[in-house]
Design a protein around this ligand. Structure first.
Ligand SMILES: Cc1cc2nc3c(=O)[nH]c(=O)nc-3n(C[C@H](O)[C@H](O)[C@H](O)COP(=O)(O)OP(=O)(O)OC[C@H]3O[C@@H](n4cnc5c(N)ncnc54)[C@H](O)[C@@H]3O)c2cc1C
Length: 414
């Protein structure tokens, strides 16, 4: 089959490669001049089923409202209240009811664990090409016992391996904390999770795809999809027209705009996050990736000489002052965890997570019989990339995917 994949972020590159391995003729269209210039560019690098739970959780709307009224600082809103944003907010609110949160978190965990096992178990991309490490992740909690109260139960139900650690065990597990000015009272350690640089993985996957015969078209955004009856017949870029048997939409946040021209209304909104990357040499690097859940900050070492801290969530694109404040908070936190980083000036990045109201991606057939969706992965696109690609390749190949894909279908909000 001749298949056009739109987008060369982590979702599009890995999907393109999976389709090539099935023997398809693959064209990858990317609007930017390189792969992984969008949300996949400088993310935290965590492959983290152990904390993939939905952000639409009970109590989150209170935090959003407080932030909107200026009496809290949880989630900033830096976008005009358009009808689309209001609708997205109402849908997000509905998903934050406890039963919905539990169901969405279980579905996120199923896809994340499946995807992690594909990445570390079977991937042919060598780990050193993306600083991949399969050494577990520490999920750190503060003293508030209510925080993450259901996490261990969700992991147990899914059969995930994990250990609950007290403050002394946390120190033992991560020697780097000996020099920290901050202490963590308890943690969950998920030994099967891991880390790696998503942008380097995307570049390596694209290189491998080209070796296998993919045609990659950079600086060539898809501008419209031509249709006849219930089928997409061609993808038109700014340069030419590609006749196609099938199309995979993997253009992250931008999938919404592209598909709105042919009658789709995907509820995907940008939720901004921030990252700072320090380049060493350091006197020591973290043994494993970690997330401080009360601070909403994650960190990862890529090899021995790069450490990245990421965090926070703002809806829309914040103004310069807010961006500076978020970077200040991030660098202050980094210095308290690993004082050694104070010697270095970090490179800074602002990215937007392509978020759906239930924090699950759209994965599967669209309204057209040959249009496949692989977009809207929110805060978990790197974790879910390899599994999502496998699922799309299975569906296009007429096979039943290895996990139940009904939670990710397009019409779930109707
Ligand atoms: C601060 C931060 C930290 C994060 N940390 C993690 C983490 O630790 N673990 C994790 O699993 N996830 C994490 N994420 C989420 C993850 O980065 C995203 O879910 C993931 O990158 C989405 O990948 P994507 O390929 O769908 O989108 P993108 O990477 O945005 O790729 C979409 C691509 O499509 C291209 N495109 C857009 N429109 C068109 C068009 N019309 N034609 C052709 N090309 C087009 C864009 O240029 C872009 O390259 C984080 C995100 C942020 C912002």
């Amino acid at each position: 089959m001749r298949i056009v994949v739109v987008g060369a972020g982590i979702a599009g590159t890995v999907t393109g490669l999976a389709l090539l391995r099935e023997g398809h003729e693959v064209h990858i269209l990317e609007g930017a001049d390189a792969a992984a210039c969008g949300a996949s560019h400088a993310n935290a690098g965590l492959v983290s089923p152990g904390h993939c739970f939905s952000w639409a959780e009970p109590g989150v709307m209170k935090m959003v409202v407080k932030s909107a009224l200026g009496i809290g600082d949880g989630i900033g809103i830096y976008q005009p209240w358009s009808p689309a944003l209001i609708k997205w907010g109402l849908m997000f609110n509905r998903q934050s009811k406890r039963e919905r949160w539990l169901a969405n978190s279980r579905a996120a965990l199923a896809l994340s664990a499946y995807s992690r096992d594909q990445l570390f178990g079977q991937s042919t991309i060598p780990r050193d090409s993306y600083d991949g490490k399969h050494t577990g992740i520490l999920y750190l909690y503060g003293s508030d016992e209510s925080l993450g109260a259901d996490d261990a139960e969700l992991l147990s139900q899914a059969g995930e391996a994990f250990q609950s650690l007290n403050a002394d065990e946390v120190l033992e597990c991560e020697p780097m904390f000996q020099s920290s000015t901050i202490r963590f009272d308890r943690a969950i350690y998920s030994p099967n999770d891991g880390t790696g640089d998503a942008a380097r993985y995307a570049a390596a996957a694209l290189k491998e795809a080209v070796k296998l015969g993919a045609q990659v078209h950079l600086s060539e955004p898809a501008v419209c999809l031509e249709q006849s009856g219930s089928r997409i017949t061609a993808v038109v870029s700014n340069k030419r027209r590609y006749d196609t048997d099938a199309v995979v939409i993997a253009s992250g946040l931008w999938s919404r705009g592209l598909l709105s021209r042919i009658g789709y209304n995907l509820p995907i909104h940008g939720v901004t996050g921030y990252s700072v990357t320090y380049k060493g040499p350091f006197s020591g690097v973290p043994k494993a990736g970690a997330v401080s859940i009360p601070h909403k900050i994650a960190w990862t070492a890529f090899g021995e000489d790069r450490i990245r801290f990421t965090g926070f969530a703002d809806i829309g694109i914040p103004h310069r002052k807010r961006i500076e404040q978020q970077f200040d908070a991030l660098t202050r936190f980094a210095s308290s965890v690993l004082p050694d980083v104070k010697r270095f000036e970090p490179s800074k990045w602002v990215g937007q997570r392509p978020m759906t109201p239930d924090n699950l991606p759209f994965l599967g057939r669209g309204k057209h019989e040959n249009l496949w969706l692989n977009c809207g992965h929110g805060a978990m696109g790197w974790t879910m990339a390899c599994g999502s690609a496998r699922i799309i390749a299975d569906l296009i190949g007429g096979r039943i995917p290895q996990i139940d894909v009904t939670p990710y279908r397009l019409d779930r909000f109707s």
